[in-house]
Design a protein around this ligand. Structure first.
Ligand SMILES: Cc1cc2nc3c(=O)[nH]c(=O)nc-3n(C[C@H](O)[C@H](O)[C@H](O)COP(=O)(O)OP(=O)(O)OC[C@H]3O[C@@H](n4cnc5c(N)ncnc54)[C@H](O)[C@@H]3O)c2cc1C
Length: 520
């Protein structure tokens, strides 16, 4: 994300499609811009008119996708540098204007910030929050608070790189510095390259190199010194805007408990109860088998080093399997760093101009969970209702959109980007390009998930389907995977009325997909 809490790269629509979600955007965006403009005017007049000449020197620590006060590399560096530290967060209007006012992620961020603010206050400081463009705010704050150095953790998304380059240049012209630290990954940028000095584009050799290079140093905590006595006194700190002031309506915390405390609770639960069986249970969406930590990783309410330490310390088969998933995350991060163009189009050039038919009505059925394929529909309703989707289902739902409905993967990627609490450009893009066979180390195009077989294998008793499709709850364990094939359906249940008939025939669509991809 941009700020970089989350940056949804709204791209040009692939040919022939109008996204239903964009229909209300212009009016909404105008309203959001007005709210944000008012807020900015207000905060400018309140607090930020003239640089103070009487204030003593300070350092700035700028929170982005690292919303925690523990094991935080740049914060550690800022606090160790000697000057009183002012912690800053910016609600980035470049990002906010594109988000629907009900966006759940704002609630997660806001509550996570509140936790941080309270801890900073308890230690004698405060959190300085502003709304606007970081490119304008950070250099101004550096002058206003007499800070020679702005500390931040690195962010590898294209928007963030551009933003940070711009800010670094402005600060440099002011005789100041943006100092960035590696924090959200174990290995970044060029730290892991092939023997030939090139970026890895295949996961297994990357994973082997990652594991070989890992030493205790890499996962060692970047201990944050005690805050008390090291924070700038809270003079002139603007009030933190609430969600309504920011133009968002979702005031309740999302289902997931936010903040460092939420992450710690989930991690303890996972490490005490499930990590050792992760390899056996992780593919079954009805089972509580995975960690559910992705949103915390995304917003940095938990440290990747801490997770790697846990996995290595545990040492079980389950922990090794889980560590590999964390390495997939890093694989996609380094891929986006080396090949930022994947954010716009297929990694494999031969799939850049595929003539997807892109049927709008099929896209909408998929989005709403009304395709007539129960596992796909349950997955999409889980996404719509909770902002989360199980990994197995992300793979199956993505494959279904591209290979059964013949819709451009970028439209599915974009829908996930709008809905997922854990949306992360690198992982989402990587996952979509994997499923669509357009990515670097992707599923071969001729391997096409059968949505019914996947359902029978990974939700054999239909427990997950029943949870999200109550209209199918009465169907038996056979019929629930493919109601249109059932010899008998429950009395009173009418297929086509109570639940849709399938919008496509998988066998037919499979052949179409093979033909579409095979032509390249
Ligand atoms: C089409 C598609 C889209 C996806 N979009 C995202 C996304 O926007 N954000 C996101 O964090 N993950 C994404 N993933 C990866 C994966 O589905 C989620 O990370 C995982 O389901 C989150 O649940 P968890 O935290 O319980 O994972 P666990 O199984 O407990 O795994 C632990 C952590 O490892 C990382 N991880 C696990 N699997 C993957 C993977 N395949 N690729 C990259 N990292 C992984 C995540 O950070 C995750 O939190 C996507 C996968 C696919 C197929």
């Amino acid at each position: 994300m941009a700020n970089t809490l989350f940056h949804i790269a709204y791209k040009a629509q692939p040919d022939g499609l109008q996204d239903a979600n964009t229909q209300h955007k212009p009016k909404f965006i105008a309203k959001k811009q007005q709210i944000i403009a008012n807020k900015m005017d207000h905060s400018l007049s309140d607090n930020h008119t003239a640089p103070s000449t009487t204030m003593s020197k300070s350092s700035l620590y700028w929170f982005r996708r690292d919303l925690r006060l523990e094991d935080n590399h740049a914060l550690q560096q800022a606090l160790a540098a000697g000057h009183p530290v002012q912690c800053v967060f910016i609600f980035d209007t470049n990002v906010l204007v594109s988000l629907p006012s009900s966006d759940r992620r704002l609630g997660f961020i806001w509550h996570s910030l509140l936790e941080i603010r309270d801890l900073l206050r308890a230690a004698g400081g405060d959190l300085w929050c502003e709304t606007g463009e970081p490119q304008a705010i950070i250099p101004r704050l550096a002058i206003q608070l007499d800070a020679d150095t702005v500390y931040a953790n690195e962010d590898y998304e294209p928007y963030a790189r551009q933003r940070d380059q711009g800010i670094a240049a402005i600060l440099s012209a002011q005789g100041k510095e943006l100092r960035q630290c590696k924090d959200q990954v174990i290995f970044a940028k060029d730290e892991l390259l092939t023997g030939g000095g090139k970026p890895f584009t295949v996961f297994t050799p990357y994973c082997n190199a990652w594991l070989k290079r890992l030493t205790p140093y890499h996962s060692q905590s970047r201990e944050v010194p005690p805050l008390a006595g090291r924070l700038r006194a809270p003079a002139g700190v603007p009030a933190m805007p609430n969600l309504i002031e920011l133009g968002f309506t979702q005031v309740e915390p999302c289902l997931l408990r936010p903040g460092m405390s939420g992450a710690a609770e989930l991690l303890a639960d996972f490490c005490q109860q499930r990590i050792q069986r992760y390899h056996e249970q992780r593919d079954y969406p009805a089972v509580k088998g995975v960690s559910y930590l992705s949103t915390h990783l995304r917003f940095g309410t938990v440290s990747i080093r801490q997770l790697v330490q846990f996995a290595c310390f545990d040492g079980s088969e389950g922990a090794a399997c889980w560590l590999k998933e964390l390495i997939w995350r890093e694989f996609y991060q380094q891929l986006l760093w080396h090949f930022p163009e994947v954010a716009e189009h297929s990694f494999k050039p031969q799939y850049r101009d595929l003539a997807y038919p892109n049927r709008q009505d099929w896209l909408e059925s998929w989005q709403k969970g009304l395709s007539g394929y129960p596992l796909i529909d349950a997955a999409m309703r889980q996404l719509n209702q909770t902002g989360y989707m199980h990994n197995r289902l992300r793979m199956v739902a993505a494959s279904f959109l591209v290979k059964d409905l013949l819709i451009d993967w970028r439209l599915g990627e974009r829908y996930f980007a709008e809905k997922l609490l854990d949306f992360d450009l690198a992982s989402n893009n990587g996952g979509w390009q994997w499923a669509a066979s357009t990515g670097c180390d992707a599923q071969p195009y001729f391997r096409i998930f059968n949505p019914v077989a996947q359902s029978q294998k990974f939700d054999p008793a239909g427990r997950f389907i029943r949870r999200y499709l109550p209209e199918l709850a009465q169907l038996d364990d056979q019929a629930i995977h493919a109601p249109w094939l059932a010899k008998q359906l429950p009395d009173g249940f009418v297929l086509g009325r109570d639940y849709p008939t399938p919008i496509v025939d998988h066998a037919v669509q499979r052949q179409q997909a093979l033909a579409l991809f095979g032509r390249q």
